[in-house]
Write a protein that binds this ligand. Structure first.
Ligand SMILES: Nc1ncnc2c1ncn2[C@@H]1O[C@H](COP(=O)(O)OP(=O)(O)OP(=O)(O)O)[C@@H](O)[C@H]1O
Ligand SMILES: [Mg+2]
Length: 282
């Protein structure tokens, strides 16, 4: 079947404005009468889909969370894996997610973090093929607020940083390089957007919006550093990883460094919708 829909997907550091720009793009396309939906893997699973394909998606999502937390320890020595209910209980429960996110990770295993990245890659492939592609077949413009390469990159960078053996650091670096190829968007129907923003500015915005960093970010998943400096270091590396894919992925590049949110969001939306590929995609 020929797919008539298209995907607009966003890359950029935490708090760079991806969701804000994504929602503004949706509004503009909706105003133009286009069939547009913002979709995410997490929302899909939260809606408690049933059936064997949904079960597979859930299993891959749960495997990622279990890999990330099974060998992690809190500062007081508590094994965070003990917070996870045994399979087949699913982990999409918001309260559990919040509890895990608030956990103070004091130590973790770099290979387990790399395993979580591999689960994220596998789960994303399964999600695209079983959820997003049917939407494209139906002619929908699918907007994805965050491309999965962000989470995969974060995990691989954390694994590299916590590795005490070269082979573990190499494994994480190899997974990250592979992810950039495996998760590369389909050029024929995808417009990837890179939102450039300085990590410092994005940090201030995130703190303004949420009051605190998530557990993974704040504690560097047991990286050597903690708090703001460790976070900014991670985000700086994340930005470098995104810049590496910007050209090969043919990203539309927008900037959200501007203080004036309204005008910078408008400029970003204009740039995305003015991309010549939009004419073919929508
Ligand atoms: N261009 C902008 N100028 C100023 N502030 C902005 C801009 N874009 C977004 N913000 C503000 O920054 C905060 C984070 O924005 P948003 O949630 O869109 O970022 P994000 O990239 O989706 O973050 P995450 O990676 O955590 O999903 C929000 O408070 C938002 O209002
Ligand atoms: Mg977002």
């Amino acid at each position: 079947m020929t797919r008539s829909g298209s995907v607009i997907t966003f890359l950029g550091p935490d708090g760079s404005g991806k969701s804000t720009i994504a929602r503004a793009v949706r509004q503009r396309l909706t105003d133009e009468g286009k069939p547009v939906r913002i979709l995410s893997r997490r929302d899909y699973l939260r809606a408690q889909p049933t059936g064997h394909v949904a079960d597979t998606n859930r299993a891959l999502y749960d495997a990622g969370l279990r890999s990330l937390y099974s060998l992690a320890e809190a500062a007081d020595g508590t094994a965070l894996g003990a917070l996870l209910p045994s399979p087949p209980a699913d982990l999409r429960d918001r309260a559990l997610e919040e509890q895990l996110d608030a956990s103070r990770i004091a130590a973790n295993n770099p290979q387990a973090i790399t395993a979580a990245a591999l689960c994220e890659i596998a789960g994303s492939l399964m999600y695209y093929t079983s959820v997003v592609h049917p939407e494209l077949d139906a002619g929908t413009v699918v907007i994805e607020e965050t491309h999965p390469l962000k989470m995969v990159s974060k995990l691989c960078l954390l694994a590299q940083r916590t590795a005490r053996h070269d082979s573990h650091a190499r494994a994480a670096a190899t997974v990250l390089r592979s992810a950039a190829m495996v998760l590369r968007p389909d050029e024929a129907r995808t417009i990837p957007v890179l939102v450039r923003c300085s990590p410092h500015r994005a940090y201030d915005r995130l703190i303004g919006q949420r009051g605190a960093l998530g557990g993974l970010e704040h504690h560097g998943a047991a990286g050597s550093g903690r708090g703001k400096d460790a976070y900014l270091d991670l985000q700086t590396r994340l930005v470098e990883a995104f810049e590496e894919v910007a050209a090969p992925w043919r990203c539309v590049i927008v900037t959200s460094d501007d203080e004036d949110q309204e005008s910078s969001v408008k400029r970003a939306v204009d740039a995305i919708l003015a991309d010549p590929r939009m004419a073919h995609l929508v």
